[in-house]
Design a protein around this ligand. Sequence first.
Ligand SMILES: Nc1ncnc2c1ncn2[C@@H]1O[C@H](COP(=O)(O)OP(=O)(O)O)[C@@H](O)[C@H]1O
Ligand SMILES: [Mg+2]
Length: 244
Amino acid sequence: MTEIALEACNIIAGYVPDLPILRGVSIKVKRGSLNVVIGPNGAGKSTLIKAIVGLVPVSEGNVFLRGKEIDGIKPHLIARYGISYVPQIDNIFRTLTVRQNLELALRASGKNANKRLTELLEQFPILSDKLKEKAGALSGGQRQFLAVAMALSTYPDIILMDEPSAGLAPKAAQEILELLRDLTNRGVSILLIEQNVNQALRLADYCYILAEGRNQVDGKASDLLNDSIVGEIYLGGKRLRVGA
Ligand SMILES: Nc1ncnc2c1ncn2[C@@H]1O[C@H](COP(=O)(O)OP(=O)(O)O)[C@@H](O)[C@H]1O
Ligand SMILES: [Mg+2]
């Protein structure tokens, strides 16, 4: 079996015909690895994930899953390809209880739903204590745990997750990132968009930096963490002042 779980090559994609947002982006996700995508607002990070799952039309480029090219994936069928996508917002139903959220995610599991629910509650004891609570009443960190539990309901081997730690306190952000790291240790491959660059680089295997719809830099996360230019721009170092 190929070592590469997911590969996107020279993706050109956008929301409106002839107005590309991604202008030739390429990424590779090795099996069981945690890959982080960083870059300024508007760089095209969310668009990249949406293009991979078929939510944004791809005009050029190729997507390969486990070495096999897939053409025009349908967003509602991604679970069949072993993919789960966790969007940045609206990734849970706030007015439903935790149990109802999980049951919705498990509705495709048929007679295996109860077994999978038991497994997920064992994996996420914090959720089993809150089954009757409205998801909207959970803390921000707990809501992201619920979103991940729902994403796991279909036994995905690839998870695409958009800024799970946005708006969370550092401790909760760390917990969700560690949860994702733990999932990769169990063989899941993850492509993660993050703004908490420092925290993410400490846990990730590989990092892609996008800007203006293009790959800027990529490399091993540990190398980029020690890279002076990346440090200056993304890790709170002295910023280069244009025209100063
Ligand atoms: N639904 C949309 N329709 C049109 N343009 C969009 C839409 N969503 C995002 N864009 C544009 O695409 C560009 C990249 O957005 P996005 O991928 O969300 O960036 P990032 O996630 O890196 O902050 C931005 O210029 C944004 O305005
Ligand atoms: Mg985004």
